[in-house]
Design a protein around this ligand. Structure first.
Ligand code: DOR
Length: 429
């Protein structure tokens, strides 16, 4: 039994914002209230000044297992997630081999359970081997725990295949996570097309490459009444399309990654490949619009697109470097520092974007801070100021453009199934 004392509880499900004590037993919350007595709780944790909310879920993570375990694996990725404040994550299927079947999806779930730090909700491939041709077996993957489908890393170019995918996914109540990129228009671009790509002499990826596919995918969601979730949204126009689609009653949701609301293409001035990501960093105008969407509820979730790479893949010229940012261990601090402490979003909205928002996209039952609910908590120290140190990441991916940045507000503790598994960034073995 653990008694958490004096926490500021932020619960988006019940809209609670109150100082409370919480008693847990085994995996569950058994009591909440003020001035709870120790009784037979064997551990008492004073959370004065800390914020306690339902465990965070990251909708977009590259765990690289199987096939590229030198970049990340289930264990290192789970540790990175837990240290970053998460109790659940969705691994993307662009592994080697591709996670397009129940055997691989189940392997991820089981390995995740063995590590025991985060729930793993695999994202199965939409098409076999992510080739964009033949649909994978959605139902088989759902049966072993997959919650969504994506060919992330590339779009499903064939519009008819995407239509069929939406129709088929509907039968299993699974959202399609769409990587929106017209590959012909994006070509071999390495960064956002605009002033900076011209100045730096790098080939550009126009925003239209993303917007065209967002538009197409929204229309297909309207046609099929399927659930279309737009992954790693980076453009102002894309956001406007989503805002309108939501008004029109189309089943569309979206996520934004922290690098897309914190950074712009101007950061690439010194050709630092840590800033190379897909979709690319856009402009100040896009950042402003995304922050507006995060604040007003158009954006459903913040997701990291955690894409760990080894130094060999990044330590090369910008055009040839791999796309991706290692993001699990910085997202909470970036969101608190860049949005909450700047007065752009409230603490309630912050919790929504990382807990109830992602749960709802996945179709998971709402989880609140009330007796009978699971004791999966993310506990935040909103005032702690710390410098990002990639060398202390649990992730094998040290590819972070935020290394050396001082940020205010960090994960303090992660509680999974009633057990304190992380304290002050450190995984408790
Ligand atoms: O930057 C990215 N990296 N974007 C993607 O869509 C894929 C990812 C990866 O797998 O490295």
């Amino acid at each position: 039994m653990i008694l958490f004392k004096n926490a500021r509880v932020i619960d988006p499900v019940t809209q609670t914002d109150q100082i409370l004590d919480i008693r847990t037993e085994n995996h569950s919350i058994i009591e909440t209230g003020t001035d709870l007595e120790a009784q037979n709780s064997n551990t008492i944790v004073d959370l004065t000044g800390k914020i306690l909310t339902t465990g965070f879920i990251d909708l977009h993570v590259h765990l690289r297992e199987p096939g590229e375990e030198y970049k990340e694996d289930v264990e290192s990725g789970s540790k990175a997630a837990s240290s970053g404040g998460f109790t659940g994550l969705c691994p993307m299927p662009n592994t080697k081999p591709v996670c397009d079947n129940d055997t691989l999806a189940e392997m991820l779930v089981i390995k995740g359970q063995r590590v025991g730090l985060v729930d793993i909700y695999p994202v199965g491939a939409i098409t076999k081997n992510q080739e964009g041709k033949e649909l994978a077996e959605f139902g088989m993957m759902k049966r072993v725990g997959a919650r969504a489908l994506s060919d992330d890393g590339k779009d499903v170019t064939n519009t008819l295949v995407m239509r069929r995918a939406l129709d088929y996914a509907k039968a299993f109540h699974m959202p399609i996570f769409a990587h929106c990129e017209d590959k012909y228009l994006a070509g071999s671009g390495a960064m956002n097309e605009g002033y900076y790509s011209s100045k730096l002499g790098l080939s550009g990826i126009p925003r239209e490459a993303e917007n065209i596919m967002i538009g197409r995918n929204i229309m297909l969601a309207g046609l099929t009444n399927g659930h279309m979730h737009i992954s790693h949204l980076s453009t102002k126009n894309g956001l406007e399309l989503i805002r309108q689609a939501k008004k029109d009653g189309i089943k569309v949701s979206c996520e934004v990654a922290p690098h897309h609301f914190m950074l712009t293409d101007s950061c690439i001035e010194n050709y630092d490949t840590n800033y190379k990501v897909n979709p690319p960093l856009r402009t100040q105008e896009d950042v402003k619009a995304l922050i507006m969407g995060l604040a007003d509820g158009t954006v459903d979730a913040i997701a990291t697109d955690h894409a760990p790479h080894d130094t060999e893949d990044k330590d090369t010229d910008f055009s040839n470097a791999a796309f991706g940012i290692s993001g699990l261990e910085t997202v909470v601090a970036l969101t608190l520092d860049g949005l909450y402490h700047q007065g752009k979003i409230s603490m309630m909205r912050f919790a929504e974007l990382l807990s109830s928002g992602p749960r709802s996209v996945l179709g998971l039952a709402p989880q609140s801070i009330e007796p009978g609910q699971k004791a999966d908590f993310t506990i935040i120290d909103p005032e702690l100021i710390k410098v990002v140190d990639k060398n202390r990441f649990y992730s094998k991916g040290k590819n972070s453009p935020f290394h050396g940045m001082s940020l205010k507000g960090w994960p303090y503790m992660t509680v999974k199934d009633g057990k304190i598994v992380m304290k002050e960034g450190v995984i408790l073995e």
